[in-house]
Design a protein around this ligand. Structure first.
Ligand SMILES: *Cc1c(COP(=O)(O)O)cnc(C)c1O
Length: 374
């Protein structure tokens, strides 16, 4: 977190105010920077997926809110590409949804040439469909525009997981402009907000439903006066009791921290840092020069806002140890070093510079040198 974010959180901690009012203010700011009708600060992108799914299942129906995660008898199917399935989809299932997989994953199986196609989404839509879930990466299939078009045609909301897609800053608006009904972003990744925050961005009705299922609902209807921009009281016959998302609470400090980070992020503070991260990675390559068995390549993204990575390929024979024991040594060193493990099976470890500065880069170089000896 930037110092400004920490300072804003400290100030917020000594104020007393109603959470629904801060969330309504958050909704206005998030709407402004994303182009969506409304927005909501959540306790992470994962929580945004659970609340977004709960919103698609219950809409503004209080009895449905009351019954979740039990969803028998109501449209509860969320269509998802088999290739998009991942650990975070548990957050969708946690709301009570049933995942309906489409596509075949045959490219991965090595027994076919085609990725999942958009007609397969359309063919899976039935009266039981509540939403379509799309986990976005730049290379995701089918093109997200096609899936959104199908969702619109059948009036099925499309929920996009874009947790790790910030920066670039344009992605704040990108999915909403395409017509996505709900988008989940992480606040604790590239936004540099509090680690336990995220945003759900979307239509007024769905965000209202998410808010109703997250906020504390211990109120009398006659006294309850939520901000109309966030919760349309006139459409409700009463107040739901605490919903499925009540445990996904967000503190006022966290909300203010996230909004401060979002404000700074939209001023493109991220632009300068991308070049700085590349410089830090070059420094690490220089510092590790001469260690037998390590070879380096800096992965420079096309966008000057995205973060470069350093891939370090291990030649076990030259290094005198296998990649697993090397990574274990790094992790058990003093201080502990955690590397990216996505390419470990190919003998490649990844350095993500996101939490590095010059001082920490020097420490990292020492740790690598020690890990080759112990
Ligand atoms: C990180 C991530 C999440 C979870 O984000 P949190 O803010 O930690 O809850 C969800 N989906 C994807 C694709 C992610 O990369």
């Amino acid at each position: 977190m930037r110092p400004e974010v920490v300072a804003a959180m400290a100030r917020a901690s000594s104020e007393s105010t109603s959470i629904v009012d801060i969330q309504a203010a958050a909704s206005r700011l998030i709407a402004k920077v994303t182009g969506a009708e409304a927005g909501y600060v959540t306790s992470g992108a994962s929580a945004a997926l659970t609340l977004g799914t709960a919103a698609c299942l219950a809409r503004l129906d209080l009895s449905k809110m009351e019954s979740l995660p039990h969803s028998e008898g109501i449209p509860n199917e969320v269509i998802i590409a088999r290739e998009h399935r991942n650990g975070y989809d548990h957050a969708i299932r946690a709301a009570g949804a049933r995942l309906i997989e489409v596509g075949c994953n045959e490219v991965w199986a090595g027994a076919g040439v085609r990725a999942v196609e958009s007609w397969e989404f359309e063919a899976a839509i039935t009266p039981k469909t509540a939403a379509i879930a799309y986990f976005f990466k730049p290379e995701s299939n089918p093109p997200i525009e096609e899936v959104i078009r199908i969702g619109r045609k059948h009036k099925i909301p499309v929920l996009v997981d874009a947790a790790a897609q910030l920066p670039p800053v344009e992605n704040l608006r990108r999915f909403t402009e395409m017509g996505a009904d709900l988008v989940a972003f992480s606040g604790g990744k590239g936004l540099r907000g509090p680690q336990n925050t995220g945003m759900l961005v979307g239509t007024r009705e769905l965000i209202a439903s998410a808010a109703l299922q997250n906020l504390d609902m211990d109120e009398h209807f006659q006294i309850w006066d939520p901000p109309e921009s966030l919760i349309p009281k006139h459409l409700l016959p009463g107040i739901p009791r605490h919903g499925i998302g009540r445990g996904l609470k967000v503190s006022k400090e966290a909300i203010i921290g996230l909004l401060t980070a979002l404000n700074m992020f939209t001023k493109q503070a991220c632009l300068v840092e991308s070049a700085n991260y590349a410089r830090i990675l070059e420094k690490i390559v220089d510092g590790l020069h001469g260690i037998h068995g390590l070879s380096f390549s800096i992965q420079r993204p096309e966008s000057n806002q995205a973060i470069p990575f350093l891939n370090i390929a291990i030649n076990s024979e030259q290094l005198g140890r296998d990649v697993i024991s090397f990574v274990r040594n790094l992790r058990n060193g003093e201080p502990n070093v955690y590397v990216g493990e996505r390419l470990l099976s190919q003998g490649v470890l990844i350095i993500n510079p996101f939490n590095l500065d010059d001082e920490r880069a020097s420490i990292l170089i020492d740790c690598f040198r020690k890990a080759t000896i112990v």
